[in-house]
Design a protein around this ligand. Structure first.
Ligand code: ZN
Length: 158
């Protein structure tokens, strides 16, 4: 069984560790799914991972958009990055690099803002990232909020 979502991610068993790159993919529990952690401290604006995969027209849960109508799948690491509205990383889709946005200590989850690259999300979702600027319901940059999202925000009184 997967660990509860309130268990410490850093103590979870890694699904995959890339020691050379200092990255690990961890199971963060049923609610959060897999996530990526840095195993070493990072400085801001560091290209910490070069990714590759298969580029095609299909959008799925672990693809990322590299250009209009083009999505990369089969990546080892970046398909498991968690979303944050105040992320510590970004994806450079020209250089195919994962780049830090700020200093990040060892053990921290690496996050990106999904709306920066994705026109349409595989699935819109409620966000609990805790950032002061959290948008609460996450959608792609070129799609309307779903009825589910509007209902959820209304229920939350937002
Ligand atoms: Zn958020």
């Amino acid at each position: 069984m997967a660990a509860g979502h309130n268990s410490m991610m850093a103590s979870a068993m890694p699904e995959l560790v890339d020691a050379a790159e200092g990255l690990g993919v961890f199971d963060a529990g049923e609610r959060c799914g897999l996530g990526v952690h840095t195993l070493v401290a990072r400085t801001a604006h560091e290209a910490i991972h070069q990714f590759n995969g298969i580029i095609g027209p299909e959008l799925s849960q672990h693809t990322l958009q590299v250009g209009p109508g083009r999505h990369i799948s089969g990546t080892r690491i970046i398909g498991y990055l968690s979303h944050s509205c105040d992320p510590n990383c970004r994806l450079d889709m020209d250089r195919f690099e994962l780049v830090t946005l700020r200093d990040t200590p060892a053990g921290d989850a690496l996050t990106i803002d999904y709306a920066v690259t994705e026109d349409v999300l595989y699935r819109q979702f409620a966000c609990h990232c805790g950032a002061a600027n959290c948008r609460r319901w996450i959608i792609g940059r070129a799609e309307p909020m779903s009825a589910e999202g509007r209902a959820w925000l209304a229920e939350e009184g937002l």
